[in-house]
Design a protein around this ligand. Structure first.
Ligand code: AMP
Ligand code: ZN
Length: 477
């Protein structure tokens, strides 16, 4: 069955084929993090959903050209283009430069996504051009200022902009398609929400393309444009960087649902009014992870990080497993109990796989139609709860280790749960390791008096030693 995806733009599930069908390359843009703090596990729910999408595309035979941005400037504390830049606020909080804050949290983000097995390996510097080939491209807002000002220029030349005392704004009244993503039903709500702070804006939904640095204030991050210092608005980076690497029109753009009414709506306005072409063919949005039925958010400090999970003995992949418990378009209420169940379920699958790996013969097994069922579940708008049901059923219905492994190997290309990883070498706590090393050294030096004493000491602590021609080894008694 072909891959089908729910498109926020058409409000229905549509069959997916890429624009560059001949090359089989899908162009994908996923909004990356604002690097002013650690990310919370809610953010990572969105990144896991996007990763499942990317892996599903590959499972269905496509190659992926994927751009993810790092917002390291311009995301203001208020959605209404007011307040400080989040990077500046963090710099003050941490007593660092905004650049150092960005560097630090970008590195923690990249470590986190690695531990979640997010399939993204960006080379150091991608060529700034549209190419019909697979690539992972990590693009920094601060590294693409000329691309952004070029888009502001193009919008100005076509009459879509106006200037106020504090910046250059997009006149949303001039774009008839402005509400295409939110839908007609939500126009009133969107306008009401934006009305809070009109300032000099012509329409409530108008937004800043470029902000001027306040007079007499040197900002850490500012650039010359039109003869004065300033910095880009938050939305322009995504429109400009997507155009740079993927072209005016591309296949899939993702983010969390919070991005629909403002960020993505504004991205469409900028991109379509500057190019005169459709911006994105498929818009996909992930629902929120809630904590105690409330929105989990970085700005109000109620967030749980991956480090918090690790401190409580969870592997980041347990969290990945947990995410598969709900469809990405459904809200998910976080609970430690549910995470614990996901951990147990993952451990059971892994134990089964490890036993099978020991028992299996060399011939690959036939996975008896389970691979096709798994592929169809994933291709059905990324229905991971159904895909997991297929996995569990396969474990009881497939009768041999070879068959189960053959299925699991294929499924892991999407699941990425580490089910087939070699078991980690067991290690000793530091004090016992030191004791064991003293024993091994004494034995090697033929100091039998010491080695006998150390052997007894280790035995009393539950560690049995064995001596081989290659040296000493240990096991738990
Ligand atoms: P930000 O760094 O705030 O731009 O957020 C990064 C990504 O996480 C965006 O795609 C957001 O839509 C998404 N996001 C933010 N909060 C949540 C949440 N509680 N659950 C799921 N996704 C979220
Ligand atoms: Zn974006």
């Amino acid at each position: 069955m072909a891959l089908r995806l729910f498109n926020t733009l058409t409000r229905k599930v549509d069959a997916f084929t890429p624009l560059w069908d001949k090359e089989g390359v899908v162009t994908l843009y996923t909004c990356g993090p604002t690097v002013y703090n650690y990310l919370h596990i809610g953010n990572y729910r969105t990144y896991v959903f996007e990763d499942v999408l990317k892996r599903a595309l590959k499972l269905h035979g496509f190659k992926v050209r994927h751009v993810m941005n790092i917002t390291d400037v311009g995301h203001l504390t208020s959605q209404a283009d007011e307040g400080d830049d989040k990077m500046t606020v963090a710099a003050k909080r941490e007593g660092k430069t905004a650049w150092d804050v960005a560097k630090f949290y970008t590195a923690t983000f990249l470590d986190d996504i690695k531990s979640l097995r997010i399939d993204f390996t960006a080379p150091a510097d991608a060529k700034r051009e549209v190419r019909r080939e697979a690539a992972d491209i990590l693009s920094y807002a601060t590294g693409h200022i000329p691309e952004q000002t070029a888009m502001v220029d193009a919008l100005a030349a076509k009459g879509f902009t106006y200037e106020t005392a504090d910046g250059i704004y997009f006149d949303t009244a001039k774009f008839p398609g402005y509400y295409k993503l939110v839908g007609e039903a939500h126009i009133a709500g969107l306008q009401e929400g934006a009305r809070v702070s009109m300032g000099e804006k012509r329409n409530p939904t108008d937004f800043a393309l470029w902000k001027f640095s306040p007079a007499g204030e040197a900002r850490q991050m500012e650039w010359d444009y039109r003869g004065r210092k300033g910095f880009p608005g938050w939305h322009i980076e995504c429109s400009a960087m997507a155009k740079t690497y993927l072209g005016d029109t591309f296949d899939i753009h993702c983010g969390g649902v919070d991005h629909i009414p403002i960020h993505h709506t504004n991205e469409i306005a900028q991109a379509e009014c500057s190019s005169g072409k459709d911006f994105v063919r498929f818009w996909l949005h992930g629902e929120f992870l809630l904590v105690k039925a409330g929105k989990m958010s970085k700005s109000d400090g109620t967030f749980i990080t991956l480090a918090d999970l690790k401190d409580k003995g969870f592997d980041p992949l347990d969290y990945r497993m947990y995410c598969y418990g709900a469809h990405y378009r459904k809200q998910l209420d976080f609970s430690w109990e549910a995470l614990e169940s996901a951990k147990t379920a993952r451990r059971r699958l892994r134990e089964r796989a490890l036993e099978d790996l020991k028992a299996a013969g060399p011939e690959p097994g036939d996975s008896g139609g389970f691979q096709e069922r798994f592929r169809d579940a994933v291709g059905d708008d990324l229905n991971m709860p159904n895909a997991m049901a297929v996995v569990h059923e396969s474990m009881s219905r497939l009768g041999t280790p070879e068959k189960r492994l053959s299925f699991l190997r294929a499924a892991e290309a999407v699941l990425a749960l580490g089910l087939l990883d070699a078991p980690k070498a067991e290690s000793l706590p530091a004090d016992l390791q030191a004791l064991f090393e003293r024993y091994a050294a004494a034995k090697k030096a033929k100091d039998f008096k010491s080695s006998d004493a150390l052997r007894s000491e280790l035995a009393a602590k539950g560690i049995k030693v064995k001596d081989t021609p290659q040296g000493s080894t240990w096991s738990r008694a």
